[in-house]
Design a protein around this ligand. Sequence first.
Ligand code: ZN
Length: 151
Amino acid sequence: MSELRELYQETILDHGKNPRNFRSRDDADQTADGHNPLCGDKVTVYVKLDGEIVEDVSFQGVGCAISTASASMMTEALRGKTLDEVNVIFAAYHDFVTGRCVALNPPPPVLGKLVVFAGVREFPMRVKCATLAWHTLRAALDRQNKPVSTE
Ligand code: ZN
């Protein structure tokens, strides 16, 4: 395993064990629930908006290290971003982990620390874990009323 891969693994394990912004928010503007039946991951995402700006994102749920870490890192990546920027990051991240983005080297700069999820593209089951929180966030922003399922 290369040093870079080890660093990526460590970051994912760290966020999986000590998720950031792991809390509910009663005054959230929008929330949504997501479920990945294949792995058993469940997540609720809370979004607080200030106009077009994501003032705060937080989450709660139970799941594997990848789903928890991806939700944790998503909350850090999106705080303070505009809704347009969120769309750009969402699309880049989705293409990146599903392998649709060919240009891995260098990865799109907009991804920042999210590049640690590069390894999941080799494991289709894990891609669902790594994108659950993101699809759930999308549903929250789109004000969809039914829970998100990766199936
Ligand atoms: Zn999972």
